[in-house]
Design a protein around this ligand. Structure first.
Ligand SMILES: [Zn+2]
Ligand SMILES: [Zn+2]
Length: 134
């Protein structure tokens, strides 16, 4: 399975059989990062993800004292991957970069304190007002 930016220069290839944990995030940083009303990232074991192509990275602090870095294509601006310093053994791949409607439903929804009110979510997901611990 391959995720890519809009122009195709930056890709993330997922090793066959690797399981991703899909997380939906409503925080205001993810809204600004993604340009959408929520962010959606699938987290994989780092060794299962191969990045290819030139990337630029932007790092910001998180509200629980860690940092969050997203990698984006310098040509077209699409975010493709992310790293959270709290979980250094994982690499996140932007769910939309797979452009695959069969990717599946998120396991959890976080930072619902800033969720846009029209977004209605299934009850069987795990829901958090802030981060997973918060
Ligand atoms: Zn690109
Ligand atoms: Zn977020």
């Amino acid at each position: 399975m391959i995720a890519q930016c809009q122009c195709g220069a930056l890709t993330a290839t997922i090793a066959p059989g690797a399981e991703g944990a899909l997380v939906m995030c409503h925080c205001v940083d993810c809204q600004r990062r993604s340009g959408s009303q929520f962010g959606s990232i699938a987290y994989y074991p780092a060794q299962a993800v191969t990045l290819s192509g030139e990337a630029r990275e932007f790092t910001r602090p998180t509200d629980n004292g860690y940092s969050f870095t997203n990698g984006f294509c310098p040509l077209c601006g699409s975010s493709v991957y992310a790293r959270a310093s709290r979980t250094p053994d994982r690499i996140g791949v932007m769910a939309g970069a797979f452009a695959n409607p069969a990717l599946g439903q998120p396991l959890r929804s976080v930072y619902e304190q800033s969720r846009h009110h029209w977004i209605d979510l299934p009850v069987e997901m795990a829901h958090f007002q802030a981060g997973r611990e918060g």
